[in-house]
Design a binder for this molecule. Structure first.
Ligand SMILES: [Zn+2]
Length: 152
């Protein structure tokens, strides 16, 4: 799966990552379907992390305001614009998903109320040159996952 990260979204992320420093931040990804296996990040939310572990307080997706307004702004064209997944930063370690990350993502794709048939996890950090570095992992039901490509 290829995930395109447009320049304006990448810049927004870099700014937030610089500001957050060594603190983990994250949020949800809103995506646009381009062609089979190809999506573009259309928008994302940025939250600072609660606590010290890589765990973001989750709410049922339906009550998430940003997602609702995203659906509204895109005229409820769910097949083209929909929830894509999650992102967060690993400021001081590799962009590989941790075991907690796997668990969180399984909870999302295995949750029938979410109704996602896949969810993407993007993990980002800034490299020495303050450039954005990221990994993409795609999670599908029945505890399967595979790597994707982040295209900047
Ligand atoms: Zn993580």
């Amino acid at each position: 799966m290829n995930i395109h990260l447009p320049e304006d979204i990448a810049e927004k992320l870099i700014k937030a990552l610089k500001k957050a420093g060594s603190k983990e931040i994250g949020g949800i990804l809103m995506g646009e379907y381009l062609s089979p296996g190809v999506y573009r990040v259309k928008d994302l939310t940025i939250q600072s992390q609660v606590g010290t572990t890589a765990f973001f307080l989750r709410m049922p997706l339906i009550v998430l305001r940003p997602l609702q307004s995203f659906f509204q702004n895109t005229n409820n064209q769910f097949t083209r614009f929909n929830y894509l997944g999650e992102w967060h930063s690993h400021p001081s370690y590799s962009t590989e998903p941790s075991s907690t990350d796997y668990q969180t993502m399984w909870e999302i794709v295995e949750d029938s109320t979410v109704g996602a048939n896949f969810a993407v996890l993007i993990i980002v950090k800034l490299d020495e040159k303050q450039q954005l570095e990221g990994s993409v992992t795609v999670f599908i039901p029945n505890y399967r996952s595979f790597r994707g490509e982040l295209i900047q």
